[in-house]
Design a protein around this ligand. Structure first.
Ligand code: BTN
Length: 263
């Protein structure tokens, strides 16, 4: 069937021709959306990125946002790292060439070979209709992007790389959305309000995997804070999702936010 005539196969999928920002769309429709719903568009015209930046999505970027409900507010700081793992697992399922090549760049990028393949914007909202804590997890994945044709230098997009340039086959967009949802729902369960011991909730069970996938660990880095830039060696991620940096004198400091780069 031509795309326009295809039925919406999934009750959870909201597929839009064009949309300013899938995250904003989902946040504005709190009452109409449920846990596990996804908002997808082929043309996002006014995307939002980390640190309040605009996020430009040329043709070929997969732009999608997922709604996750009943989250434990105390665990939210680790959610975007867990979402990064979901992105890695979804791609690896569908693109075997990428297996073991994808890395997490704290706090919310997925890298391959030190190039950005995907960015994540997790936003907590005031709640769904029942007042439960909700997060909208937005993912921009460079699926099949011709940066030159889009008039962009890949450096404009933060040293970006497109999946099609490194993989022998590129999965269908909706297959990717489906796999992303599968893993996000699985990981969201670890961040839910249901009573679980601390050792089994949030990032606790994911720490070995975070360590294995950490793009920065052991590397010299600089983290830009509001009033200063701090340099040291990345020493991993803790159970609260904080970046650990080893400073002069072997002192380890934990950072909750900031823009970090390799030096
Ligand atoms: C970043 O790298 O700064 C995060 C980028 C997140 C972009 C995605 S695209 C889908 C969703 N909708 C948005 O407006 N932003 C996110």
């Amino acid at each position: 069937l031509p795309e326009a005539d295809r039925p919406n196969l999934h009750h959870w999928l909201h597929s839009l021709d064009t949309c300013p920002s899938t995250n904003s769309w989902a946040i504005a429709r709190a009452a109409q959306l449920n846990h596990g719903d996804a908002v997808f568009t082929k043309r996002q015209t006014s995307g939002r990125g980390q640190h309040g930046r605009t996020w430009h999505a040329p043709t070929g970027v997969l732009t999608v946002s997922f709604v996750l409900d009943n989250l434990n507010p105390n665990l939210l700081p680790g959610l975007s790292l867990a979402a990064g793992l979901a992105v890695i697992y979804a791609i690896e399922d569908l693109v075997p060439d990428c297996r073991d090549m994808l890395r997490l760049k704290w706090p919310n990028d997925v890298w391959i070979d030190r190039h950005k393949l995907a960015g994540i914007l997790c936003e907590a909202t005031s709640g769904n209709v029942f007042g439960k804590t909700r997060a909208v997890v937005g993912i921009g994945l460079n699926r099949c992007v011709d940066f030159a044709a889009a008039g962009l230098d890949e450096r404009d997009l933060g040293n970006a790389v497109s999946l099609h340039s490194i993989a022998s086959t590129v999965p269908d967009e909706l297959c990717l959305v489906d796999r992303l949802r599968h893993y996000l729902l699985e990981l969201a369960d670890m961040f839910s309000t249901t009573d679980k011991p601390a050792s089994k909730s949030g990032l606790a069970l994911l720490l070995p995997e975070l360590r294995r996938r950490d793009a920065l660990i052991g590397c010299p880095v600089a983290i830009e804070l509001a009033s200063e830039t701090i340099c040291g060696e990345a020493a991993g991620i803790d159970g609260c999702g904080r970046l650990l940096i080893c400073l002069a004198g072997d002192r380890i400091q934990a950072f909750t936010s900031g823009r970090v780069r390799l030096i």
